[in-house]
Design a protein around this ligand. Sequence first.
Ligand code: UDP
Length: 240
Amino acid sequence: MSGSGYKRILLKLSGEVLMGEQAFGIDPETVARVAEEVKAAKDTGLELCLVIGGGNIFRGMAGAAKGMDRAQADYMGMLATVMNALAMQNALEQLGVPTRVQSAIQMDSVCEPVIRRRAERHLEKGRVVIFAAGVGAPYFTTDSGAALRAAEMKCDALFKGTSVDGVYDSDPKTNPEAKRFDTVSFDRVLQDNLKVMDASAVALCRDNDIPIVVFSIRERGNLAKVLAGDGVSTVVANEA
Ligand code: UDP
């Protein structure tokens, strides 16, 4: 068990985390660095599920804005998440971390399908399970996929690694006066439309009482620090 008291967590990373300084795609050096963060978290004794977005390659909304059929574009986005999952699997295994990818869109020669009981077994055996292709349906995002898998796998918390160190009352990139919350309720996040995850993902976590821990993945060693209870983060939870 980690210092935070969590036994099993789901880590959600946006696809952009894998592109490093590039404007697009996968930067293998950056993937390797993020994999080190994941390994450090795993080495604290946690059972770890991972969901990675696809925004560094393709987002359905962007395709739809340029005239594509939304569902078709979303399927392309889901396939992008599978590529990211495979890149992360490769990087983790190069560090000696056993990993399995389970995709919500079946691709038998590439990875396993999502099978909850099998994922459970992988976690028990100390493997990291990467869930790819979100919920497997268009009009959703990988945030919803992360919330769904966190609920299904009975994770104690959903860790959302972003480029900022928590949830602010306004955008810290444009407002220097923006204040970061240490803790904030799900209801406030939804009412004030605070930027955490999609509303559907936040609602799913609220209804299943899964706290969301928002932290910066850009800072080296931060995930393990947050897990030990001394990193900077915002915890979104139900009011006591
Ligand atoms: N997507 C989808 N259904 C899902 C998960 C993802 O249709 O359950 C598509 C959607 O087009 C989305 C893209 O995959 O834009 C990439 O995922 P996301 O935008 O969540 O990636 P992130 O922003 O986390 O990198």
